[in-house]
Design a binder for this molecule. Structure first.
Ligand SMILES: Nc1ncnc2c1ncn2[C@@H]1O[C@H](COP(=O)(O)O)[C@@H](O)[C@H]1O
Length: 180
């Protein structure tokens, strides 16, 4: 399967460790250099803007999936090649999933967690078969992974987690998931 449209979930916060910005930029630069599309939240904040800037600077294109509320608040990036307006957060998640070939979660907060679980829950019911990759920068997702593996061990998860939820501990590993 071709993976030309890379969906990225990531933090809106600007107050995070610069390491996360660097890793977002590295991913964005790779997406751009491969001539791929970034499909993301389309905001001018945090890791979202850092990723989009690097994509554009390296020859890629960006599609922002933006709820009208965020548009009204002036939170839309000026970098977007395509803007996909949505009514609310729910249809935004559906559209991001629909438009992306594969999904990557960079470090993030509640919004990012919501997006990850949307993809996993829809997959567990058979709505799609797209992978989500946790980019485990500096062990960022270890706590979540421990919790999920505990759920799996106690039979709360229906399908083997490792089939759909991939974990990339390094940039090289992430790129291999995006290219394999
Ligand atoms: N202000 C926002 N603008 C655009 N997209 C947003 C915004 N806040 C959340 N999102 C979506 O959720 C994640 C980021 O949320 P965090 O709580 O910071 O993790 C991002 O992937 C957006 O799609």
């Amino acid at each position: 399967m071709t993976k030309n449209r890379i969906g990225v979930f990531c933090a809106a916060s600007e107050r995070i460790d610069p390491l996360y910005m660097e890793k977002a930029e590295e991913l964005g630069a790779w997406i751009g250099s491969q001539g791929k599309w970034l499909v993301y939240g389309g905001s001018n904040l945090g890791l979202m803007e850092a990723t989009a800037k690097a994509v554009k600077a390296n020859g890629g294109q960006v599609m922002g999936v933006v709820p009208t509320l965020l548009e009204e608040r002036g939170r839309v990036s000026t970098l977007l090649d395509v803007i996909f307006p949505t009514v609310n957060l729910s249809d935004r998640k559906d559209l991001m999933l629909q438009e992306a070939d594969i999904l990557v979660a960079l470090p993030g907060g509640i919004g990012t967690l919501d997006e990850i679980f949307h993809v996993l829950a829809a997959d567990s019911l058979g709505y799609h078969d797209k992978q989500v990759i946790l980019y485990n920068v500096d062990g960022f997702w270890n706590g979540l992974l421990e919790f999920l593996h505990g759920l799996e061990a106690r039979q709360f998860i229906h399908h083997p987690l490792k089939e759909r939820l991939k974990v990339a501990d390094t940039f090289e590993q992430l790129v291999s998931y995006l290219t394999d």
